[in-house]
Design a protein around this ligand. Structure first.
Ligand code: FRU
Length: 499
C-alpha cells in the first residue's frame, strides 16, 4: 500500500472506529498490529548478533519490554505476554508481546497480541492477567490507559492458538464508578483468582494520591459467567509500611492452606504469606519476605495443569537501550517452606536446555581462588555446594578474566549473599551448607540460594572473561561439589548449547 493509500485507509478507519463499526475495529487492529510487528522485525535484524542478548531468558525479538503479563496454559501450550514498546527501546506505546511454549523451556515468538485501540481512545495497554472463563475460554484483562481515568478492559481470542485477539464488546469492564465515590489512585494491573467456585480480581493502587501509608490492593468478584459484571468488595490488603506510596501488579493466590500476596511497591518486590477471610475478602498477612534481592520487578504468575504455581519477573537492570532493553526471569516454581516463607526454584523443565556437563570434586578453599579450568562460558548453569568453615566470605566468581582482575562475584559473608555487588540477607542454620544454583545468560545472572533467596542481576563482561572460580576469603571453606552445564537457546533458530 502507498503512503497516500494507507493514510486514507487510516483516516477512514478512525472515522468508522469513532462510529463504532465492527469492521472498522478489525481493520484498525490489523493495520496497527502489522505496523507494530514490522517495526519489531526491522529492529530485530540490528540486534540479533548483540553478544549481550540473553539466549535462555525470554526477551522480545527487539525493542523494549517490562512486566510479564497474563501467563496461561491453554490447549497444550504455555502462553506468556509482556509489556512491549514495538517502536523503541525505551518505555512507551505499551502493547502486549506474546511467546508460546509446549514445554516451558523452549519458546517461540508470536505476533503482538494486544495493541492500544486508538479509535477508542486508548494510548497504552498496561499490565494484566489471563482468566479461563466458565466455558473454558481464555480472556485477557488489562488496564486501558487513555486520555481519561484508567479502566479495566478485556480481550478475547479469535483462534485456539490465541494468536489474534479482539477487544471485548463490553469494554470498559471495570471503571472507577464501581468504588462508589472512593478514589483509588493509580488503579491498575488486574490479577484474577478463583475461590469457592467464584472468580475474583485484585487491583493495585493507593487511597491518598501516593502520599504514603495508603497503598492498597482492592478486590472484586465476577457477577456473571461471562466475567463482564463485577462487584467491588473493598480493600483486601493495606500495606503496613507508612513509607510505601503505591502498589503495582498485585498477585494473589493460594498455596496449600495459605494465601500469598506479591506486591510491586518498589524494589525489591515484597511478598506476604497469610490467611484469607473468604466471607469478608480480607487478607491477614502473617509473614513477609523479599521476592528477589536484585533487578526484578512486577512479577506475574499462574497455576499450571500440574498444579504448580509458576512465576516470571521483569529483569530491569539494563542501562540504556541498544535496540532492545530488558528481559524476563526464568520460570520459577513457588512453594512454601517449613518456615512458612516462599521457596523459589527454577522450573525443572529448564534441564532440557542442558548441554556439556562438568563435575568438580570436593576441594578446600583458602588463600587464592580455585579456578575451575573446565568450567567456562557465559551461558552456564552451575549447581554448587559449600561448607562454610571459618571463612569470612566464600562463593563463586563467574565471568572471570584470565588474570583474575575482573570477575562477577557471588559470595556469602555469613549474614548476606552478595551477587554482583547487590546484597540480600541469608543466614544459614548451623551445619547448613550453602547451595547455589546459578544461571548465567550472557548479561543476566540469576542466582537461587538454598531455595529461600533469589538475586537476579544484570552484568557486563569483556568477551574473553569466561572463567569460573571458587573462593574463600579470611579463612577456609570447602567446595563440596559442583556440577555445571552449558545451556542452549530457548528459541528454535538457536538451539545450540554454548555461546
Ligand atoms: C509496572 C507498571 C505497571 C503498569 C505497567 C506499564 O512496571 O508500571 O503498573 O501496568 O508497568 O508499562
Amino acid at each position: 500500500m502507498t503512503t497516500m493509500q494507507s493514510a486514507t485507509a487510516w483516516r477512514i478507519g478512525i472515522l468508522l472506529g469513532l462510529l463504532g463499526g465492527p469492521l472498522a475495529r478489525a481493520d484498525e487492529r490489523d493495520e496497527l498490529l502489522a505496523k507494530a510487528d514490522a517495526s519489531v522485525r526491522e529492529a530485530a535484524r540490528r540486534v540479533e548478533d548483540d553478544p549481550s542478548r540473553p539466549v535462555f531468558h525470554v526477551v522480545p525479538p527487539a525493542q523494549w519490554t517490562n512486566d510479564p503479563n497474563g501467563p496461561l496454559f491453554f490447549d497444550g501450550a504455555y502462553h506468556l505476554f509482556y509489556q512491549h514498546n514495538p517502536y523503541g527501546d525505551r518505555w512507551g506505546h505499551m502493547h502486549w508481546g506474546h511467546v508460546r511454549s509446549q514445554d516451558l523451556a523452549h519458546w517461540e515468538h508470536l505476533p503482538i497480541a494486544l495493541w492500544p485501540s486508538k479509535a477508542k481512545g486508548e494510548e497504552h495497554v498496561f499490565s494484566g492477567c489471563a482468566v479461563i472463563d466458565r466455558n473454558g475460554k481464555p480472556m485477557l484483562f488489562y488496564t486501558s490507559i487513555g486520555d481519561r481515568l484508567p479502566e479495566q478492559w478485556a480481550a478475547v481470542p479469535e483462534d485456539d492458538g490465541l494468536i489474534k485477539w479482539k477487544k471485548h464488546p463490553a469494554n470498559p469492564i471495570l471503571t472507577e464508578a464501581l468504588h462508589g465515590g472512593v478514589k483509588i489512585h493509580e488503579w491498575r494491573d488486574p490479577f484474577s483468582f478463583h475461590e469457592q467456585g467464584r472468580t475474583y480480581m485484585v487491583l493495585g493502587g493507593n487511597l491518598n494520591g501516593s502520599k504514603g501509608g495508603e497503598a492498597v490492593v482492592t478486590v472484586y468478584r465476577a457477577e456473571d459467567d461471562g466475567l463482564t459484571r463485577w462487584a467491588y468488595l473493598g480493600v483486601l490488603f493495606r500495606h503496613p509500611d507508612a513509607g510505601v506510596k503505591n502498589i503495582e501488579c498485585p498477585n494473589f493466590f493460594r498455596i496449600g492452606e495459605k494465601w500469598v500476596l506479591i506486591v510491586s511497591q518498589g524494589m525489591p518486590v515484597q511478598y506476604f504469606v497469610g490467611s484469607l477471610d473468604p466471607e469478608a475478602m480480607r487478607f491477614r498477612a502473617e509473614r513477609r519476605g523479599v521476592l528477589d534481592g536484585g533487578d526484578v520487578y512486577a512479577p506475574n504468575g499462574m497455576e499450571d495443569p500440574k498444579g504448580r504455581r509458576l512465576l516470571w519477573g521483569w529483569v530491569n537492570g539494563y542501562q540504556g537501550g541498544r535496540g532492545w532493553q530488558h528481559c524476563l526471569t526464568l520460570p520459577r516454581v513457588l512453594s512454601l517452606g517449613p518456615d512458612g516463607l516462599l521457596v523459589q526454584e527454577p522450573a525443572p523443565e529448564l534441564q532440557s536446555l542442558r548441554g556439556e556437563h562438568r563435575v568438580e570434586e570436593a576441594v578446600k578453599l583458602g588463600e587464592t581462588p580455585h579456578v575451575l579450568d573446565r568450567v567456562r562460558g557465559n551461558t552456564l548453569e552451575i549447581l554448587a555446594e559449600f561448607e562454610r568453615g571459618d571463612a569470612e566470605s566464600f562463593g563463586l566468581e563467574v565471568l572471570r578474566s584470565a588474570d583474575g582482575k575482573r570477575a562477577v562475584s557471588i559470595g556469602l559473608d555469613g549474614k548476606s549473599l552478595e551477587v554482583a555487588g547487590t546484597k540480600a540477607p541469608l543466614e544459614l542454620r548451623p551445619d547448613e551448607a550453602l547451595r547455589l544454583h546459578v544461571f548465567l545468560d550472557r548479561s543476566v545472572l540469576e542466582v537461587y540460594a538454598n531455595g529461600r533467596l533469589c538475586i537476579t542481576r544484570v552484568v557486563q563482561h569483556e568477551a574473553d572473561d569466561l572463567g569460573v572460580a571458587a573462593f574463600a576469603r579470611g579463612g577456609a571453606a570447602t567446595l563440596k561439589g559442583l556440577d555445571s552445564w552449558t545451556l542452549g537457546s530457548i528459541w528454535p533458530e538457536r538451539r545450540r548449547p554454548g555461546r
